[in-house]
Design a protein around this ligand. Structure first.
Ligand SMILES: [Zn+2]
Length: 1014
């Protein structure tokens, strides 16, 4: 017996004492203490198994260490064949639903609702548990909650609200298993549903009679079924390694809990709709990663700047009480502070935070399956800190039952505390809604306006539809209007110097405009509505101070939707905007179709992704791109605008209307140079290392209806002639485990067993509609690499971003571009400025001078015209200075005893350019890359002072001015490298067209190119 277990035993007996003495003193004088109903029989067999599977006496509580018996209601054992949390038992979603529906059949206290389906067509459910009377009066109660949720209905009358608060039954919504390898919640929630519907102890009866518990036992249903497949495979092959869960849902893995801003996944939409429809007060999301229970909403700063402080107080109240209750039960390792910050509103639970409810999230401890295992913690996990006075133990035997005990105990004490204080929480629910409605005058802004003269109406419509998914009301102005702009205060100069200069400069400055006009038809997002906060949070700018004590932001620090969608959004503080004549808009669609007369049609290119959708819709039409701007019929067209011939007008009208693009019929084609826009054949490459980040790209292409073949790096080597099948190969970011050598080598194959990812009778759900393989381990390999190289040499286009760009530069797919890793730079998921460098490149079609983009410490590209030269990060031209000598700083030095000589002028270049080739380099210059083969910079990062738009940028000088998007010719083809990530979380739709332009102009990427002279 080692020292750890000796200590463990001692702690065990100590805690047991605490546990016995705590039960009686737990509650405040008027609160019901947790205790069994002595008159209700216990299911002895079930209870014995609970005790058997619990690995230590302190890993349970008096709330869950028994199961009440029922003659009519089936226990989870009916479906599971064992108790909840039993080793070796992981139910599919279908089994969980089967049980919930058995409960519904057997008990008038349970109702099951279907809340939608997943991308792969699996059902999602919500289970309501309450007294039969509450369930009978659901609609009446919903009407009350609706008035509290939207206080405009009661004219913000507090007295009326108090009456509703006194009568309403609150709704507490619990969601399980959004993260598929976190496996404990479904069985915990099955048993919780049983307890809530059967247990007659006063403690549970109060919850049942006092509130409605709503449960979605499985959020990521597609991923759950895959995870259960893998676990069953593991049980059948206990000595083998099992495949890691590479796909969770159809598109993304862990990031499914980062979708609550963009609402692009079905699971987010279904939970959001359920939350809003039920007018729930809480959304409590269950996770597993931290020992043993971390109620992480209290977490750490910085808190999201747009949540109501009433909510942050509620976090503290509920979190602290939860820790206290469980600590008194003698359960170790329960805490509520910790390093999770609550800045990003992307988490599923944040649906509640942004809709006037209470967001909560549990991290419990799990083994990623239902095996009972010995687990050893890191020192920082078991360290006692001020916020974790009773930390987890360094080494324990941990079971799925232990997990289920913690989850249920946490939830039951939370439900009971919530019920005890429900009038307070209901009143807060009303107050938060009321404070949203009074936001314009209380704190501002009054509204956001999206002007009618937007140059990208289809993207504007997409942004507004995201807001509508968030239950935000959108209005449209019936007439033009003017608002006053806030007066900008000049910042005083810090050092007090240059006062005179500043004054003079001020005289020359144009006066700032004091008002702004908006045309009729402009969209107005009023802030005097109950769900104003989510609109404000999405449309406003974020600033994360480089000096913030939180040094490791948990997720993205910036997300401003107007910037990332590339559309105009005006933050208006002038209250008069609310008096503008306007109407609610229920359906938002950008106007589109064909206007004018003529057989040739022109569509302006404003970098709207819908253009690509249209090209693929009109498969057989003759579409060309104008290489220069032109005017026709009094309308201006940008470079890259479509010119369409031989199209059926009715077909074009229908297709353009569907995607929200305006085609203009013109008498004759404009006399500008054009090139064909073909529907490229696209291959989309993924690794077997991680599919998380590329999933967002698939989702975007599927939404836009751009067809592609989805192939793995393993498949590349097996395709004889890539050029015969494809014009463009997209290799989107890999995400985790993405070093260049890992992309080539894959996972280790020198030991272990094959890791199959395919549908078999043992694993019927694994591949779904995604890819499959007999062995996930091999990577691209050198054969695959050679195939990629040949593809580009023969004229193909390869597009890479972030880590795959690093792969392309480091492994030698391009020459003349290197990618450095930053030293001190910290750009943590931020919106940054980029600048157009080469507007004649088809990749830039439709873009203006300044383009906001998403960057997460992207690779720092440097260019060189010398093959094999290791490009260095460059700091511009100011670094050169003259040596010590005669004269002034600007004058030449001199040498005694000989006439002065004029030095040749030093060649200069910008940071994003390759330094000019020198005469010395040209001597026997076999390394000098010929001008036509040199990299072409399309976009660069903005200057340091303009880099930050939203989020955190520290040490930005490392990447400022460096290339952001580069087109590198290689043989007859091209490799297009992105340092930014142009396609991400459904949030970056303004930069999608950089990728789509590359696809559509794949065989004309050199259009408009100006070559260096030598
Ligand atoms: Zn999780």
């Amino acid at each position: 017996m080692d020292s750890t277990s000796v200590r463990g035993v001692r702690i065990a007996s100590f805690l047991l004492l605490v546990f016995i003495s705590a039960a009686g003193t737990l509650a405040a004088s008027d609160e019901t203490a947790p205790a069994r109903d002595p008159k209700q029989a216990v299911d002895e067999a079930y209870t014995a198994k609970i005790q058997k599977y619990t690995t230590a006496p302190y890993f349970t509580s008096p709330l869950v260490n028994y199961l009440p018996a029922s003659k009519t209601v089936p226990t989870p054992e009916t479906v599971l064949g064992d108790v909840a949390g039993a080793p070796g038992v992981l139910p599919y979603a279908e089994d969980v639903y089967k049980y919930m529906r058995l409960l519904e059949k057997a008990s008038p206290r349970v109702k099951v609702f279907s809340i939608g389906t997943t991308e792969e067509g699996r059902e999602m459910i919500a289970v309501a548990i309450s007294s039969p009377e509450n369930l009978k009066n659901l609609e009446e109660n919903r009407a009350r909650l609706t008035k509290l949720a939207d206080p405009r209905a009661i004219k913000l009358d507090d007295a009326e609200a108090d009456k509703l608060v006194a009568q309403a039954v609150p709704v507490y919504y619990i969601t399980g298993t959004i993260h598929s390898p976190e496996t404990g919640a479904p069985t915990a929630l099955m048993e919780l549903a049983y307890r809530l519907s059967v247990d007659e102890s006063p403690y549970i009866r109060e919850i049942r009679d006092g509130m409605i518990t709503l449960i979605t036992p499985v959020v990521e249903v597609d991923g759950r079924d895959r995870m259960v497949d893998i676990y069953k495979w593991h049980l059948a092959h206990p000595k083998d390694f099992y495949p890691p869960l590479i796909y969770w849902g159809k598109y993304v893995a862990h990031d499914n809990n980062r979708d609550a801003m963009g609402v692009t996944l079905k699971l987010t939409e279904n939970v959001l709709n359920t939350y809003v429809k039920w007018k729930a007060q809480v959304l409590h999301d269950l996770h597993e990663s931290v020992p043993y229970l971390y109620d992480n909403t209290v977490g750490d700063g910085p808190y999201n700047a747009w949540v109501d402080p009433i909510l942050t107080d509620e976090w503290q109240m509920i979190g602290s009480r939860n820790v206290a209750d469980m600590t008194k039960f003698g359960m170790p390792g329960v805490f509520t502070h910790g390093d999770f910050d609550t800045w990003s509103p992307g988490y599923l639970m944040f649906i509640a935070a942004m809709h006037n409810g209470i967001s909560r999230l549990y991290e419990t401890f799990g083994n990623g399956g239902a095996d009972t295992q010995e687990r050893t913690l890191d020192p920082e996990e078991y360290a006692r800190t001020w916020w974790r006075q009773n930390p987890p133990l360094p080494k324990v035997l941990w079971s799925q039952r232990d997990n289920n005990n913690y989850e249920q105990t946490g939830l039951l004490t939370s439900l009971h505390y919530f019920n005890e204080n429900k009038r307070l929480f209901l009143k807060n629910f009303y107050l938060k809604a009321k404070r949203s409605v009074t936001k314009p005058s209380a704190e501002g802004p009054a509204a956001y306006v999206l002007p009618a003269d937007e140059s990208r109406p289809s993207l504007q419509a997409e942004l507004l539809r995201v807001l509508q998914k968030q239950a935000v009301e959108i209005s449209r102005a019936k007439a033009g209007f003017t608002v006053a702009l806030p007066v900008k205060k000049e910042k005083p100069k810090k050092d007090g110097k240059d006062k005179k200069d500043t004054k003079e400069a001020e005289k020359d400055k144009k006066p700032e405009p004091t008002s702004r006009d908006f045309p009729a038809g402009s969209y107005i997002v009023r802030m005097d509505q109950p769900y104003a906060r989510i609109a404000d949070a999405l449309l406003d700018h974020q600033y994360w101070s480089p000096d913030d004590p939180q040094k490791t932001p948990y997720d993205d620090t910036g997300w401003t939707f107007g910037e990332l969608f590339g559309v105009q959004v005006a933050r208006v503080t002038d209250l008069k905007v609310l008096d503008v004549a306007m109407e609610r808009v229920m359906e938002i669609h950008a106007p589109g179709g064909v206007k004018g007369d003529g057989a040739v049609f022109a569509i302006n290119n404003a970098a709207e992704p819908a253009l690509a959708t249209l090209r693929y819709k009109l498969k057989d039409a003759n579409v060309e791109a104008a290489e220069e701007p032109f005017e026709s019929g009094g309308k201006k067209f940008n470079r890259g605008s479509f010119i369409i011939r031989n199209a059926n007008r009715a077909d074009l009208d229908r297709a353009a209307a569907e995607v929200g693009l305006q085609a203009v019929a013109v008498g004759a084609a404009p006399s500008v140079k054009t090139h064909p826009i073909r529907a490229a054949r696209v291959a989309f490459v993924h690794t077997w290392l991680s599919t998380q980040t590329e999933g967002w790209w698939r989702l975007a292409l599927d939404d836009l209806k751009i067809p592609y073949d989805y192939i793995s790096t393993q498949a590349i080597a097996k395709i004889d002639d890539l050029n015969a099948k494809y014009d463009v190969i997209l290799f989107p970011p890999v995400g985790f485990f993405s070093s260049p050598t890992a992309i080539i080598n894959g996972m280790p194959t020198a030991w272990g067993n094959p890791l199959p990812w395919k549908n078999t009778p043992e694993t019927p759900n694994l591949a779904g509609k995604n890819d499959s393989t007999d062995d996930m381990r091999p990577g691209l390999g050198w054969d695959g690499f050679a195939k990629l190289q040949t593809f580009v040499q023969k004229g193909g286009v390869l597009l890479t971003a972030t880590d795959t760009s690093r792969f392309a530069t480091e492994i030698g797919l391009v020459t003349g571009v290197s990618a450095q890793t930053s030293e001190r730079m910290k750009i943590v998921g931020s919106v940054v400025g980029t600048r157009l460098v080469d507007g004649a490149s088809p990749i830039a079609y439709g873009y203006e001078e300044k383009v906001p983009a998403y960057c997460d410490n992207g690779p720092i590209f440097s260019l060189s015209s010398i093959s094999g030269a290791r490009g260095r990060r460059r700091l511009g031209n100011e670094s050169r200075s003259r040596p010590t000598g005669r004269g002034t700083a600007d004058e030449p030095d001199f040498t005694v005893g000989r006439p002065g000589v004029e030095a040749p002028e030093e060649p200069t270049s910008e940071t994003w350019e390759a330094p000019p080739v020198t005469d010395e380099q040209r001597r026997n210059g076999f390394r000098v890359i010929p001008p036509a083969d040199r990299a072409r910079v399309i976009f660069r990062y903005a200057d340091q002072k303009d880099l930050l738009i939203s989020g955190l940028v520290a040490g930005g000088n490392e990447i400022a001015q460096h290339p952001a998007v580069v087109d590198v010719p290689s043989g007859k083809g091209h490799v297009v490298l992105f340092s930014i990530n142009p396609v991400y979380r459904g949030e970056t739709r303004g930069t999608y067209s950089m990728v789509l332009n590359t696809i559509l102009n794949f065989d004309s990427l050199d259009a408009g190119r100006k070559l260096a002279e030598k």
